[in-house]
Design a protein around this ligand. Sequence first.
Ligand SMILES: Nc1ncnc2c1ncn2[C@@H]1O[C@H](COP(=O)(O)OP(=O)(O)OP(=O)(O)O)[C@@H](O)[C@H]1O
Length: 527
Amino acid sequence: MSDPAVSDSWSQVTSALEEDSRVTPRQMGHVYLASPQGLIGNTLLLAVPNETTRETLQGPQVSGALTDALTAVFGHEVLLAISIDSSLNAPTPPRSADAASSRAQLPAEDLDVDARRPASERTRHHEPSSPSAHGQGEKRSEATGPSSSDRGRDEHRQDRPDSRPVAGAGAPTPGPPSTSTETSRLNERYHFDSFVIGSSNRFAHAAANAVAEAPAKAYNPLFIYGESGLGKTHLLHAIGHYARRLYPGLRVRYVNSEEFTNDFINSIRHDEGASFKQVYRNVDILLIDDIQFLADKEATVEEFFHTFNTLYNNNKQVVITSDLPPKQLSGFEERLRSRFEWGLITDIQPPDLETRIAILRKKAEAEGLFAPPEVLEYIASRISTNIRELEGALIRVTAFASLNRQDVDIQLAEHVLKDLITDDDVHEITPELILHATAEYFDLTMDELTSKSRTRTLVTARQIAMYLLRELTEMSLPKIGQELGGRDHTTVIHADRKIRELMAERRTIYNQVTELTNEIKRKQRGH
Ligand SMILES: Nc1ncnc2c1ncn2[C@@H]1O[C@H](COP(=O)(O)OP(=O)(O)OP(=O)(O)O)[C@@H](O)[C@H]1O
């Protein structure tokens, strides 16, 4: 299936390896088993028949030699993505210990999260990653070294013998109607290379990578759960982006379960059941976010059950996120919950301090915000649970400094965050509280705030309300849109971005957001 030019280049690579004294004849035997599948940008896709061969190619000796040979043949650095294709039906490789058949049971550290990187980079950690690295392969960033705590917490599931469907071909065959980013609904901000790995999310990240590299073969379904704002949505989008880059033409669809519900209800209302099925059952990867919102919506759950079955039976990948593990998900029939357990279940925990600092550093880089390390550390030490709030704090601190032409230092950070962070955040901030406080602050009625009117004050008030709902609550984008007069989730994304930018440019907006936040926090504390 590879194009002749790539096959030719791969032969040159193998010839170079034959001459390389670092590669033993036994290892060379494994190299011969690899089959080039194509070149996407700087990434060469290789299929190998089993895990042993993959491990050999990624071992320190062979990978070093491979990196050099690839660079020599292609004239530039080339990343490798290695997938396992059991249909290559290779002769039994020399090492018989069978790691191959039990990949789903490997510990997190053993998962192949690094296959896509040149071997020379695999041992480097703590490196800064450029925000423009998208075109260079999905680079990972690392906050901390491997932690043994990963294993105890992560749940591996292999309840059914067929939980790893093995399709005939190596790479999924790209189906004709490719999904554009628009129809796949992937958010450009969320790639693997902007995701910081720490012990709290290492396993989920590794599993997400494996799924993107071998859709419907690694783990199906992949079920990721964890509290709000810890990166589940980020990983879902990253899977979609990476898989589409590895397999152009792959049909990917991201959907929040509230949108799934709305689409389903509308399809019934408009008698468009067939087109609903067409959209959701003809994808190679379905990424469904916040499945808990489907709870108790009987007809929608039923529809999702059939969608799931169709996709699963056709060897299509399903990735699901939720705030709770399947067993604790109420409002779903057992037959569906048990399906969620067929593949791999993994959680994401709140990040440790080091990871939080690394996340802030990455966000600052990506958004062009400057804050010295001690300020990042200060912010990270004050906000520990929700990454969305962590980002919000960074934005406020840098915005304040920019408006006042001051340097970002600890005093300034303390000043800005003193009201934002309270030790007695015991009560939940409700959407109603935010909406009422916003209406009151701008001297509007609730009807005006949620109306279609687009006068300047109303637009600003609405956008600030959306920004605060995003930062201070666990609401999903569609839900926020719904609260503010039935607006689309893209309007909420736009508002969030707009207010982030305006806070650094216009003092009035910064003040309004700050005063309003303080007011909300004050009301929340019941003063
Ligand atoms: N490990 C990480 N590295 C970089 N950014 C992260 C990481 N984890 C979370 N984030 C960022 O935190 C924000 C919130 O993450 P995300 O929306 O993915 O959380 P979530 O778990 O899906 O929350 P919810 O359940 O409320 O939908 C996003 O901007 C995301 O990019």
